[in-house]
Structures are given as structure tokens and as C-alpha cells.
Design a protein around this ligand. Structure first.
Ligand code: PMV
Length: 363
């Protein structure tokens, strides 16, 4: 098991680096096979597979200068949308303290992080994948700038994915473009529970054109966090069945992505969405994140598909918002339908048209 701990990554204070900055834009991702249930330190109970998005992203800049005083505490100031943000600052300070054995030079720096999300704050769109992947990429860029240890791109990405996972499991998949696997599965040799594996070379081109319209049924903060949801999988009556099911669906999905089988892809997407929420509904205590508008949209997707024969499928994250998945060639017809029929279920009519994309960009 990789630890990436490296006590040698310490700056020579007799030759201090000039103050500077690194900057990344990193997207969110939507899981088709879901990660739900973890073990150890952010390790998944089953493999998951996601599509990397484009329009929903975090832009992060990390400014650094060598500290004047020798206090080894992490020294971080955090701005979110140009405003100081106390709770994010605390969360990220804790994370940086946790990863300091991997990046010991962090204790020598005065850091300022500025982040912006492309989607409105509290739009009900999860930002942990985009923000934790952006943060991990900034940390790897810092390491490479100071020590030139990550000039191999594959090694850079793998380490960024590993570190992103420690921040938020699903964030490890945002490092790579198009379609990404996280977790061991016999059909992708070399896949790991510790970091994600890119699948873009293996997938049929149609999946690189996929749209994902995120229909925001409710922008309110979730009543039960993902962290609490993962924890409720411990001792869950269906846990083992669920993990076996997800392993099997991963195998089927990899094959569907390879062969361009949109129908199997869509069927798995919908089965997984409903399975995720079914698990919540029979946790102890049980809980329900779906809203009436969510259910109405799910029925309408199925009716629309039956009537038009268009390959439009839904998936859900751990919340009430619906992701509509379909190939780009049907975008005009789907857009007209969303505007005419589905928009009315969205909070203040808000939805975010997104699509599968090329992954993070260094800025
Ligand atoms: O990465 P976390 O701990 O926020 O968990 C994400 C869980 C789901 O979004 C529901 C599924 C997934 O695989 O992204």
C-alpha cells in the first residue's frame, strides 16, 4: 500500500523559494456506479465509476511564501468567492495537517487559498469532488515546483488522485478526463482502491459526448451528510449484498463503456441511483433525501424515453437533484423538453447544463 509519506520534502531555509502561486481548475464528477460505504482511511467498500464533468468546477489558487517564524503549525488563510470563510478554513487546515507527512514543506509555508465555484454556492451541487481535487492538484504542483519530483505526468496524476481521496473519496476520480474508475475490479488490471484509474482510452467515443443536465430540485443543505451516510453502511442489513452488486455492475459497465452499449449504461445508471437511495431508506435510522419533484422527474424521464425512444437516463447523487444523461446528438430535443416540462420542478427554475469533459486544467 502506497503511503507517499516523504520526510525529505523539506525546503532549505538558507535558499528560500520566492513567494509564488499555483492554480488549478478542477471539475466535479457524477458516479454511475456509486461509492457508498467505506473502510479504513477513505478506502471504498466497492469499486465506483464516474463521468468527469465540465461546467461544474472549482477554481483554486494557492499562494505561498516561506514563513518568517519557525512555528510548524499549518498557517492558512482561506477565501471563498473573495470572502474569508471560517469553516472552510478550519476544514482545509485539518486536511493539510493530515497530509503534512506527505508534504512536510507545508509546515514551512504561509499559505493563502482562494477558491471560486462555477456554480452558485448552495445550489445543491456537491462541491467536495471539485474542491478537494483542485486542492490535491495544487499540493502536487507545489511539490513539483520545489523538488521536481513529479515531472512524470502519470505519477503526478496518481499522487494527486491519492491525496484527493484522503480529502473526499469521490474527489480522486475528478483528476482524470471522461470516464474514471476507482477501486479494484478484475476487468481493469492495475485498478486500485487507493487512487483512481483513467478509462478514457478504453471507452467508446459516444460516451465522450455525453451531456449531464443537473436539475436542481432543492438547493437546501442535505439533512444527512454523505459522511453520515457512508457511516450508516456499517452494520447495514444489505451491506454485503450491495457491495457484491456494485462489483458486478462495475464489470458490466466497463464492458458497456467499451462497446458503446448506451442502453446497458443507462440501465445501470438508473439501477444505481435507485439502489443508493434505497440503501438510505433502509439504514438505521432510515432517511429520505428524495423530494416530490425528484420522483416526478424520474417518472417523466421514463415516459419521455418510452414515447420518443431517445436514450435519456437519470442518475442521482446523495441528494434530491436529478442528473439527466444523454448523448450530445439529442441535446436540442432534450433541452426543449427540459425547458417545457422539467424546469418547473427545479428550485427557482434552476438547472445546470453540463457535459462530460477533459478533466482539470492548470492555470
Ligand atoms: O466522496 P464522498 O465521501 O462525498 O461520497 C460520495 C458519494 C456519492 O456521491 C453518493 C457517490 C459517488 O461515488 O460519488
Amino acid at each position: 500500500m502506497a503511503t507517499y509519506e516523504n520526510p525529505r520534502l523539506v525546503l532549505d531555509s538558507s535558499r528560500p523559494p520566492e513567494p509564488g502561486r499555483v492554480s488549478w481548475r478542477s471539475p466535479s464528477n457524477i458516479a454511475i456506479v456509486k461509492y457508498w460505504g467505506k473502510r479504513g482511511i477513505q478506502l471504498p467498500q466497492n469499486p465506483s465509476l464516474s463521468l468527469t464533468l465540465t461546467a461544474a468546477y472549482t477554481q483554486m489558487t494557492m499562494e505561498y511564501a516561506l514563513k518568517k517564524d519557525p512555528d510548524p503549525k499549518i498557517d492558512l488563510t482561506f477565501f471563498f468567492n473573495d470572502q474569508p470563510h471560517e469553516s472552510f478554513q478550519q476544514k482545509v487546515t485539518t486536511f493539510l495537517t493530515n497530509v503534512a507527512p506527505i508534504f512536510p514543506f507545508l509546515r514551512q509555508l504561509k499559505l493563502t487559498i482562494r477558491t471560486f465555484n462555477s456554480f452558485p454556492h448552495s445550489a445543491g451541487i456537491a462541491s467536495s469532488a471539485s474542491s478537494m481535487s483542485a486542492l490535491a492538484l495544487c499540493l502536487c504542483s507545489l511539490e513539483d515546483r520545489f523538488f521536481q519530483t513529479l515531472n512524470d505526468d502519470a505519477e503526478f496524476d496518481r499522487k494527486a488522485s491519492y491525496v484527493a481521496r484522503l480529502g473526499s473519496g469521490s474527489a480522486c476520480r475528478s483528476i482524470y478526463p471522461y470516464a474514471v474508475l476507482w477501486g479494484e475490479t478484475p476487468v481493469v488490471p492495475g485498478a486500485s482502491d487507493e487512487y483512481a484509474t483513467p478509462l478514457h482510452e478504453l471507452i467508446h467515443p459516444v460516451f465522450k459526448t455525453f451531456h449531464d443536465d443537473i436539475l436542481v430540485v432543492s438547493a437546501a443543505e442535505k439533512a444527512v451528510s454523505s459522511r453520515a451516510g457512508h457511516a450508516l453502511m456499517e452494520g447495514h442489513p444489505f451491506a454485503e449484498t450491495r457491495y457484491t452488486q456494485a462489483r458486478l455492475r462495475t464489470v458490466l459497465l466497463v464492458e458497456a463503456l467499451r462497446s458503446g452499449d448506451i442502453e446497458t449504461f443507462g440501465q445501470i445508471a438508473e439501477e444505481e441511483a435507485l439502489a443508493l437511495h434505497a440503501l438510505m431508506m433502509c439504514s438505521r435510522p432510515p432517511y429520505l433525501l428524495l423530494q416530490p419533484g425528484t420522483i416526478a422527474i424520474l417518472h417523466r424521464v421514463r415516459t419521455f424515453r418510452q414515447q420518443t425512444q431517445l436514450p435519456v437516463y437519470f442518475t442521482l447523487d446523495a441528494g434530491p437533484n436529478v442528473h439527466l444523461l444523454y448523448p450530445a446528438e439529442y441535446a436540442a430535443r432534450v433541452r426543449a423538453w427540459v425547458e417545457g416540462e422539467l424546469k418547473s420542478y427545479c428550485e427557482q427554475g434552476f438547472y445546470l447544463p453540463d457535459k462530460v469533459g477533459e478533466g482539470p486544467i492548470e492555470e
